[in-house]
Each structure stands twice: as C-alpha cells, then as structure tokens.
Design a protein around this ligand. Sequence first.
Ligand code: SAM
Length: 219
Amino acid sequence: MTAANKDNRKHSKRRSQLVKKLEEKGIKDRNVLQAINAIPRHIFIDTALENRAYEDTALPIGQGQTISQPYTVAAQTELLEVKKGDKILEIGTGSGYQSAILCHMGADVYSVERHEKLYLNAKKNLQELGYRPQLKLGDGTLGWSAYAPYDGIVVTAGAPVVPEDLVKQLSVGGRLVVPVGDQDSQVMVRITRVAEDAYEEEQLRHFKFVPLIGEKGWD
Ligand code: SAM
C-alpha cells in the first residue's frame, strides 16, 4: 500500500459497517464476511473514488469495466463454498478484489482477464497486499485447462449460456457459479459436478453484470 491509500481506522470502520449491511442482506458464511472485513477494497479502485469504496455498489475500474458490488462478491463467494486449500478459478480478474478475497480465505487462486491494462493493474494491487495468485491474460470463456480440475469456478461477468469448457474443468464435487442471461439481467446459476458424468444445476436470484466477451461468450 502506498502512503496515499494506506489502510487506516476510518477504512476499517467503514468495512465493518459494510459487513453488517451484507449480513442484513442475508450473507451468512463467516469466512466470507471475515474476508470482506479484512481486505482493503479502496486499494482496488482509483483514489478519486476512495470515499465510495465501502458503499455496497459496483464502481468503475476503467476499460468500461467495474469492480463488482460487495454484495455480489459475497453472494458468489458464499455459493462457491470455499474451503482452505481449494483450487479456485476466477473468470474476470478485473481489479483483483475478488481474487484477494479468495486468497484471504486460503484458496489456491487462478484468475483470467481479457483486458491487458486491468490484468497488469490487478497484479500490482494483489502484490501490494502480498498475494500472488496465478493470473493470466486471455479468454476466460475457455477456462484454464493447464491447471484443471478446479474445486470451484466463479465467473464475474454475464454469460449468454453456461460455458461448456468451464463445466468440464470442474473436479467431482466442484462448483461453477456463473451469471447467465441477456445483457440486461442474469440469473445466478450454480452447477455442481456430483459424479464424473453427473451434474446438478440450481438457479438462484437475478443480478446485473458486465458482459462475458469471448469465444464461448458474447461477441
Ligand atoms: N472480479 C472483478 C473484481 O473483483 O474486480 C470484477 C470483474 S468485472 C465485473 C468483469 C470482468 O470480466 C471485467 O474485468 C472484464 O474485462 C472481464 N471479462 C469479460 N469477458 C472476459 C473473458 N472472456 N475472459 C476474461 N475476462 C473477461
């Protein structure tokens, strides 16, 4: 952290207020809430927006992209059911905030981003906090087969359909959390690989994400 964005008591007080709000909205996983309480979200956004860092809202990060709303990050992470040591693939590194939450929870994190500027900036942000997940610049709709299978895969952009490559890269017992729909609204889908050839699908509530762009996503 630089002198300009150093974490201070004001930030941590706002973080605990945010955590309280997330609990009121229904987030129950103690490890998720604890990670949100610990990770300084303000270092993942432009300093001009620092005073909005702990609002429960998405904020711009450049390239027409956003850091997701904290409630959305918490809800997706809760659905992933992350355990310490789980290998987790994130599609859409963005600012790096979601990766930091997963690293803090003790996951072995892999993340793919298609915008070079965001990829480089996320790497810097994560290094500042001492986290070193494996990051890749590329099309996440194809997953990251070199490190598959994964215990969890989280897609942080809205897909037109469930990307098949991601389903194939789940371990048995693995969970894929992906928002699916049109570009205005998506339903959160969780697919669990219950056996080598068997999957269970749940459809949860609606969200609004930036589009997942790529070979198996939007054009
Ligand atoms: N998880 C991010 C964070 O914590 O800041 C927020 C992600 S933002 C809502 C969605 C991200 O997905 C954007 O950075 C966008 O560039 C990226 N994205 C969209 N399509 C992608 C693709 N096919 N592969 C990788 N990243 C993609």
